[in-house]
Design a protein around this ligand. Sequence first.
Ligand code: ATP
Length: 199
Amino acid sequence: RPKLIGLTGGIGSGKTTVARIIEDNGFPVYFSDIRAKNLVNENEFLREEIKGFLGEKAYDENGKYDTKYVSAKVFADSQLLEKLNNAIHPAVKLDFENWRSLQTAPMIFKETALLFELGIDKECDASLLVTAEDNMRIKRVMDRDGKTYREVENILEKQMPEKDKIKKADYVIYNNMTLENLQEATEEVLNKILKEMVS
Ligand code: ATP
């Protein structure tokens, strides 16, 4: 069975960019958050379950998951949010296990924003954190999403502190320089993980 590496990082850290570099190097990446968004549409069982506690309106007239409606509903009701997470989580887990069983590479990656927060790191053989200085992360997200400094800072403050994540991670990429530097650093870490974890 391939070694499984959990890949994570806070907002604007560069984890998606790192995931793309990993794929370019021939190692498969499972994108948990993107898959979750697909599954609420694709998975019939999940669809019915969500309608059960959020109502028919959770899906629009075309049958598409209505993110805006659902976000507003669960934002106002933490019990509904918990129900939603409890429905989506097992569906993603099953989908991941299915994907995993099809992989033949020596190591594979699971990208998720909440690796440590949800304890998913314990289901992995090792964890890889992408981190960068707060100011850089904020600037990058402002440029990418057109948000204000304060808006991004607000999101950042709600996430697990970087120093706690650095302590928990087996491997860390510091993304404080150029994109070329990030590519080099990622390839270096890939070699290190291969050497240490796959033999
Ligand atoms: P989020 O969790 O918010 O989706 P992320 O951790 O996946 O963020 P990315 O989307 O990879 O982060 O990077 C955030 C933005 O910063 C992107 O627009 C990306 O192109 C840019 N970026 C990442 N690293 C660098 C770098 N070293 N130099 C310049 N721009 C960078």
